[in-house]
Design a protein around this ligand. Structure first.
Ligand SMILES: Nc1ncnc2c1ncn2[C@@H]1O[C@H](COP(=O)(O)OP(=O)(O)O)[C@@H](O)[C@H]1O
Ligand SMILES: [Mg+2]
Length: 341
């Protein structure tokens, strides 16, 4: 497999090792992977700077899990090359596995031990003193709303509780590079918030994180940079602000009164917006170039056309607008068959 200029660095001993000095923690070039006729990845390029969070944002079936599996050595790519922490995902797979974290990968949870015993054990395995390992275990159990079940054997846990414990187990120590594949899918809002806080803590300590998500809000909150993936390709990349700026302008949204004349409303707004107005479920949307005077102009025009309005707002574009304008469909389309309640 070809090495990547600027990212590789042969060790003095001739043995691959994780590179402390490299600024790029994850780098992929032209990664392809097919399953029979399905092109899950069609040439993915990505760079993640050390100590930052990349949000890989895409709908169900976009190729997120396949990409994470390639980067974590669980799946060999058909083509292309990738390095994580300076190690090649194919040639240095064994060394790489030791320096990354991946929720769900190890299934290390022991059914007969309690939640707290499990987390303490993981900390001990990584060389933490018993008291520190136990304290971290308690902290994580609290974050994931499992404190009440801390002293129950895991075999009594529900599916959702196991999933949260598995996430907690992956977060006991901060590995140099961490992969979280849709970590909050199926989590209750409180555990989701708990996870976000744990993640922010790990990143503050220097962990590089690649996080996949279908949730725009999550990418917006956690990620330094976002790569939008659809049909096995990265179709846009940048900060949330940059991506939103690509869509440009502002969004005018008008909630029509029940029974309002919709064609008349569309026609009335055509002169106000900078693109074609669209109507979705009684909500009229159009891009506008300027803030000043827009609401007055819209209300005047709608009123002249005899269209009743319940609400009217002017807002900045969201990542959902970005996704829609890039792909023609929403990011949160479809449901994840792997998600559990
Ligand atoms: N082991 C597999 N065998 C066959 N098809 C697969 C396999 N894994 C993934 N796919 C297909 O590859 C595409 C990408 O899947 P995946 O990487 O799981 O997407 P995501 O995680 O973004 O939902 C989908 O069309 C999926 O059905
Ligand atoms: Mg997936």
């Amino acid at each position: 497999m070809a090495s990547l200029g600027g990212v590789t660095g042969p060790s003095i001993e001739g043995r691959p090792r994780a590179e402390a000095g490299s600024e790029v923690a994850i780098s992929a070039r032209g990664i392809t992977k097919s399953f029979g006729e399905v092109h899950a990845l069609s040439g993915v390029d990505i760079d993640v700077t050390r100590g930052t969070v990349l949000g890989l944002l895409g709908p169900n079936g976009a190729g997120k899990t396949t990409f994470v599996r390639v980067l974590t050595t669980l799946l060999k790519p058909d083509g292309g090359s990738a390095r994580v922490a300076g190690l090649d995902v194919v040639a240095d797979a064994a060394a790489l596995r030791a320096s990354i974290g991946l929720a769900g990968q190890y299934a290390a949870v022991d059914e007969n031990l309690t939640g707290l015993e499990n987390l303490t054990m993981v900390g001990r395995l990584y060389g933490r003193p018993r008291a520190a390992a136990k304290a971290r275990g308690r902290e994580l159990l609290e974050r994931f709303d499992l404190l009440e079940a801390a002293n129950r054997p895991v075999k009594t846990y529900s599916g959702g509780m196991r999933r949260r414990l598995d996430l907690a187990a992956a977060l006991v120590v901060s590995p140099p590079v961490l992969f979280l594949d849709e970590p909050t899918t199926g989590l209750d809002p409180r555990s989701r918030l708990g996870l976000w806080e744990v993640i922010e803590g790990l990143v503050a300590e220097g962990t590089t994180l690649l996080l996949t998500t279908q949730y725009l809000e999550e990418a917006d909150r956690l990620a330094d940079r976002i790569a939008v993936i659809d049909h096995g390709r990265v179709i846009a990349e940048g900060t949330a602000t940059e991506l939103k700026a690509r869509v440009g302008g502002l969004r005018l949204e008008v909630t029509l009164e029940a029974g309002a004349d919709r064609p008349a409303a569309l026609a009335a707004l055509a002169g106000v917006g900078s693109d074609e107005p669209v109507l979705e479920d009684g909500l009229l949307k159009v891009s506008v170039a300027e803030r000043a005077g827009t609401i007055v102009a819209a209300v005047t025009s709608l009123s002249a056309a005899g269209v009743g309005v319940d609400d009217i707002i002017l807002r900045s574009p969201t990542l959902d607008d970005v996704f829609l304008s890039l792909t023609g469909h929403g990011a949160e389309d479809g449901t994840d068959p792997e998600s559990r309640p």
